[in-house]
Design a protein around this ligand. Sequence first.
Ligand code: HEC
Ligand code: HEC
Length: 252
Amino acid sequence: MRRNDRTGFFDWSLTWALAFILAASSLVLVAGDAAPDRVPSLVTWTPETIVAASSGDAFRGMLLAKRCDHCHGSEGFSPVTSTPNLAGISALAIWKQLEDFRAHKRRSRAMEPIAESLSARDVEDVVSYYAKLPIYPDPQDNRVFPQGQPSSSRAALASRLVTFGDGDRGIPPCQACHGPVAYKIGVPSLANQNGDYVLDELEGFASGTRANDINQPMRIIAALLSEDERHALAEYYGAGLGLQPAGSTAKK
Ligand code: HEC
Ligand code: HEC
């Protein structure tokens, strides 16, 4: 009797085990199909990737950057407000974006083919060059930065979000990750970024057309902002107000 019971138990558990394995493997198959879209970036921050992204040859990068001048400007300041400035932005931040374009994790008709034509070493070198470019004004180039000053009420609206965020909605202050208070690893400075570009990226994160942010901080934050706030933030950064400590214009 005992023996039979045992056999019964084993039969029963074997059936369940089989059912479980079948269910689990179909889940893996489903996950396998969907996985490419759920992975925001192939970049992970490890000591190795950080060293690779920071050890490029800036001189070789300067030669490669001749291919980029036309759109990003010879001094790393672009001639149109919808194209990002690259001067002085941390090598890690630009490196991640180029790797994401190369892997098609960040979509861009302009940048995907260009980034794909670069080798891993080219990317390291070119980011090293742009990161070292100074951000002070140069009368020789045709930069459009900074753009016009927003009204003081628009500046104050943006400045509050940059300095304090909005605790009620769970929005952290922009400057806690983008500087000048603190720079999180791989986060681009916005202090010398063009307004229309900032707006395009905020809209892209909010709608999910840009989805390469690891752990989704920007998709969440941009979607919590109102349309008006996204515009005010773009005007704020585009006018160069991010270069000064935000506290100077913010009222809580
Ligand atoms: C035809 C114009 C064009 C050329 C040439 C070009 N870019 Fe871009 N780049 C863009 C545009 C436009 C964007 C913004 C992304 C978008 O909306 O497509 C961009 C975005 C980027 C970004 C992301 C910046 C950020 O802050 O996230 C990096 C990095 C970059 N480009 C590097 C380069 C490098 C390096 C080269 C040369 C090897 C280059 N680009 C050549 C137009 C160009
Ligand atoms: C918790 C950290 C964090 C906070 C807070 C934060 N960001 Fe970001 N932001 C990021 C990260 C990380 C990226 C880079 C995403 C990626 O890897 O492509 C980013 C990217 C961006 C970009 C694209 C920049 C570029 O050059 O491509 C914009 C614009 C931006 N953030 C605006 C804002 C604004 C405005 C706020 C405040 C309302 C804000 N962020 C708050 C982490 C943050």
